[in-house]
Design a protein around this ligand. Structure first.
Ligand SMILES: [Zn+2]
Length: 408
């Protein structure tokens, strides 16, 4: 057991509701605070001097002066296991080339598939661990990671096994998701339905057997999989015992409805979601996940986060870090920018990258500084927590803790 502090401000996010809009007045801010950590959990939070005098023999971990502390962040949507690089796609898109022209010159998701298939396991593992370290340094200690650049049994399993190996080498919590239904691969001979059937019979049983992932994702879009075939596929994955998440409404609407109907944990993207479907989503327990990094990478509009929150949805914000449409990876920068365009309160942004995004991954043991919660937290060298979003990502995390232990 130890007492950590004193912190200029402890921003606990305690007692904030899971869904809907939030006002900054709802934020609990403990000035000159401290936290008592027992094992890997938070035992007590309060005024540092008060806690100290009430526990005269407690071990004290003194914090360098002038820091605030927040719950560590959760990035609930990434594609950070990949080979190659798509800087040329980015340049071509900005130069006005179409999706088709980029694909024809060897770009697009298919190019990431080819590079990922070719890459050695060691190479993929090392680059994955580098990206995990980048996220950890931002204060992100829980990271969802998708497959989806293998697109056949051998390579999808390769990706998921690498994510499993990475988990043994990092303090971050990694949540793997099987995204074999990212796109029908060019070398698959058969229809979309046949490819989805292939995933159900040739990939998912092995994923289960080796306990490589508990979640399945599908990209529902005109260029990928259609709503009807996806719904059928998702219901079957559910029968196999998987949790579901969906890439929904990125360019065309209609698929967030499918996500809600099949009871998905989250529907991610939603840039094109129509008002009627916002209402539908808001009445469900499916988390609506905004991915501002994709809007910034593509120069497309943002997810209607304000409308979703006003309607009562559970809004999470994630990076979508991937080599094609979202190459930045800095969730703090992205969430801050989303706030300026969508007019989100500080409380809404912080909730969206902590307990609400954790909930999207089925994790309710983190994302708030409260008794009994996992002791993952991040400190910033500032007297005012508002500076974290105000600086739009340029104020770097000072220290990052996982299970009460300092890792950075
Ligand atoms: Zn994605």
């Amino acid at each position: 057991m130890k007492l950590i502090g004193p912190f200029k401000q402890v921003v606990t996010l305690a007692d904030l509701p899971l869904r809907g809009k939030l006002f900054d007045e709802q934020l609990e801010i403990i000035e000159d605070g401290g936290m008592i950590i027992n094992q890997n959990k938070i035992q007590q939070i309060g005024n540092f001097e008060y806690l100290k005098s009430n526990h005269p023999n407690i071990e004290i971990e003194e914090i360098e002066e002038g820091q605030i502390v927040l719950p560590a962040f959760t990035d609930s949507h990434t594609h950070i296991c990949f080979g190659g690089n798509r800087a040329n796609d980015f340049a071509m898109r900005n130069a006005g080339k179409t999706y088709l022209e980029i694909a024809e010159s060897g770009g697009g998701i298919w190019s990431s598939v080819q590079h990922t298939r070719k890459a050695s396991e060691q190479e993929l593992l090392e680059t994955l661990l580098q990206r995990i370290d980048f996220l950890l340094a931002l204060g992100i200690t829980t990271i969802e990671i998708k497959s989806g650049y293998g697109l056949d049994a051998e390579n999808e399993l390769k990706m998921l096994r690498i994510i499993k190996r990475a988990q043994q080498q990092t303090k971050a919590t990694l949540i793997p998701t099987c995204l074999s239904a990212h796109l029908k691969p060019r070398d698959f001979e058969g229809s979309n339905q046949e490819y989805l059937q292939y995933i159900l019979t040739q990939i998912l049983p092995q994923v289960k057997e080796e306990n490589l992932a508990k979640r399945v994702d599908v990209f529902i879009e005109k260029s990928a999989f259609q709503p009807d075939e996806s719904k059928d596929f998702l219901l079957k994955t559910k029968e196999l015992g998987f949790e579901i998440t969906v890439h929904a409404d990125q360019f065309t609407s209609g698929s967030s409805r499918v996500a809600v109907e099949v009871g998905a944990k989250s529907a991610d993207h939603l840039e094109a979601t129509i008002d009627e479907d916002i209402e539908f989503l808001a009445k469900s327990d499916t988390v609506a996940t905004a991915l501002p990094g994709a809007s910034l990478g593509l120069g497309e509009k943002f997810t209607p986060a304000r409308k979703l929150l006003d309607a009562g949805a559970i809004l999470a914000i994630a990076s979508d870090w991937n080599p094609g449409s979202a190459p930045m990876g800095n969730l703090i920068t992205q969430a801050s920018i989303l706030a300026t365009f969508e007019k989100l309160t500080t409380a809404e942004v912080l909730a969206g990258i902590t307990f609400r995004s954790a909930f999207a991954l089925g994790l309710e043991d983190r994302g708030k500084l409260e008794t009994g919660m996992k002791a993952d937290f991040v400190t910033f060298k500032t007297n005012n927590f508002q500076n974290v979003l105000y600086n739009q990502g340029s104020l770097k995390a000072e220290n990052v803790y996982v299970d009460g232990m300092k890792i950075k």
